[in-house]
Design a protein around this ligand. Sequence first.
Ligand code: ADP
Ligand code: MG
Length: 243
Amino acid sequence: MSDAVADAGVEATQDDDDIPVLFLNAIERTYRQGDEALHILSGAELAIWPGQSVALVAPSGAGKSTLLHIAGLLEHPDQGDVYIDGRATAILSDAERTRIRRNEIGFIYQSHHLLPEFTALENVLMPQMIRGLTRKEANKRAVELLSYLGLSARLNHRPAELSGGEQQRGAIARAVATAPRIRLADEPTRNLHLHTADHVFAALTQLVRASGLATIIATHNMEIAARMDRRVTLREGQVVEME
Ligand code: ADP
Ligand code: MG
């Protein structure tokens, strides 16, 4: 593994092993539609330790996206709290939540969200420059990550000039490049061929283990799920370990 890939994550220290990177505590989320109340999450609990990858496998409509949005501080739960590195987030200001979301959480969306007017390389290096890396450093890391994901011959292609799988890999490189503590991926394999998906997620899992990060991947792909350290599902609004 190259240096840039190895230090794409924050270094894990011994003490970090004692507390979860991410801890969802007693999460409640109810959607109201007219008179109906949909209890999507009812006391959901999930703790993830440094270096762990977790597959979230559940049927459509079970609440996977809801759980990931709450874990990623994109939405507030109705009850319960999200702890990041042991720190409660509900009481934080919006500005502070935004800072955590920007610096510590990498969200990989269902659709790729690459900026259409920029090349693959620019899409990966820009968020790093926003975080203070020099163009030279950002460029070096972006080239290494894109190459690691098999895109060395596509650096200067715009998203429209990439296949769905290539766009997805570009989005993964971008999420990884900014070195978050937590990576959340919402069914990222939808547009990937099985073989590509397998390669990309082998790389992602390896990165997570090497760098003490945590990842949750919502997926229907059982081969991807089998590569992760843990598999969980949602049952009656709670997170349940599989097997
Ligand atoms: P999944 O990602 O597992 O397919 P979601 O978390 O997207 O599930 O949604 C869970 C359930 O909550 C679905 O039945 C969905 O229709 C419902 N839901 C999601 N968002 C809203 C919303 N903003 N308002 C009302 N219902 C919603
Ligand atoms: Mg979803």
